[in-house]
Design a binder for this molecule. Structure first.
Ligand code: SAM
Ligand code: SF4
Length: 321
């Protein structure tokens, strides 16, 4: 079992399989050229899988595949199947922008994927296009319908921004509610890569907008999820992710692996250790030692919003959000 210095059990790893993306979201990577990541720096699926086996053997029970856009990585279903065949009971999930889901959802489900989180920042084609810098909405919504149809459990993420999509909070919630999709509103996290003029909504602002439409009760945190949940009178539950708080740090059970093999103990810290060399030369023992060291170094709380907080240079497309 992996236990950190604050007695938290670490049993969840988020694996970014690529930094590349087919969107250029204004809060994530608006300025990146479309082909900037040298493919040779990426760990192969075989190398990633060798490390996944180490993590599973050490007690990891949940793996989330993310990016960049994970569906840009060819043959992703083979990687999912490798993990599933090794550990069928693993909670195997993915976070995706959904653009390429249509036509692939069944393959992913058949390979062993159980759940998928898709970003829905707007239901208006022109606003979705303004955010992603590409005409994306139809593909995303078709992809979500297909994911639901093949039996994947779906959650949605929305980053509400003032003057952009804040007026659609209730509409996105209604779209999700009608399909039994849990929506989580994510407070915009400032970072050095995003467009400078973005103003995100903080949770109190989100809640007051939602209270204009609905009655709901605070349910607090659910297990190790960073999402603060609220339940409406009809039973529907929505979440708010408040990265500027540190309430969820007490239950944090996760670490992150980048596509190049950097193991990161906390989204909000720049410290990382690489497993790349060890994995590339088949030295699984060293990879396991690095894993234990990273878990040991996991900080007690995130640094954002604290006295020494500064604009994060860590890119979400690198860490997988
Ligand atoms: N491309 C996939 C997607 O968009 O879902 C997976 C990777 S993306 C980095 C993972 C999550 O991070 C998405 O839900 C996205 O909205 C969120 N994200 C990215 N940049 C963010 C920011 N600056 N503030 C809050 N959330 C952010
Ligand atoms: Fe791509 Fe996701 Fe970042 Fe948008 S949030 S640019 S879809 S990685």
């Amino acid at each position: 079992m992996l236990i950190d210095s604050y007695d938290r059990v670490v049993d969840y790893i988020r694996v970014s399989v690529t930094e590349r993306c087919n969107f250029r979201c204004n809060y994530c990577m608006p300025e990146k050229p479309f082909s900037w990541v040298p493919k040779e720096n990426l760990l192969s699926f075989e190398e990633l899988f060798e490390f996944m086996k180490v993590a599973i053997d050490e007690g990891v029970k949940k793996i989330r595949i993310t990016g960049g856009e994970p569906l840009l990585r060819e043959d992703l279903d083979t990687f999912i199947k490798m993990i599933y065949d090794y550990a069928p009971d693993i909670d195997l999930a993915m976070t995706s922008n959904g653009y390429l889901l249509k036509g692939t959802a069944k393959k992913l489900k058949d390979a062993g994927l159980k759940r998928i989180n898709v970003s829905i920042d707007s239901l208006k084609p022109e606003v979705a296009q303004q955010i992603a810098q590409k005409d994306v909405l139809k593909n995303v919504l078709d992809g979500i319908e297909e994911a639901l149809a093949v039996g994947l459990k779906v959650k949605a993420n929305m980053v509400p921004m003032k003057g952009v999509n804040a007026d659609e909070i209730a509409d996105v919630l209604e779209y999700c509610k009608a399909r039994d999709i849990t929506i989580r509103f994510i407070e915009y996290m400032e970072n050095a890569h995003a467009k400078a003029d973005i103003k995100g909504l903080k949770s109190d602002e989100l809640l007051s907008i939602l209270r204009e439409h609905y009655d709901f009760e605070d349910e607090g945190f659910d297990g190790s999820s960073p999402s603060h949940y609220y339940r409406m009178k009809d039973g529907y539950r929505f979440g708010i992710i408040e990265p500027y708080g540190d309430d969820f740090c007490k239950q944090c059970n996760r670490i992150r692996l980048t596509a190049e093999g950097h193991l990161i103990p906390c989204l909000y810290f720049d410290e990382a250790m690489s497993i790349a060399e060890a994995v590339k030369r088949g030295d699984i023992k060293t990879a396991a030692l690095v894993l234990k060291e990273v878990v040991k170094n996991k900080p007690e709380k995130n640094r954002w919003g604290g006295e020494d907080s500064e604009l994060s240079s860590r890119a979400f497309y690198e860490t997988g959000g």
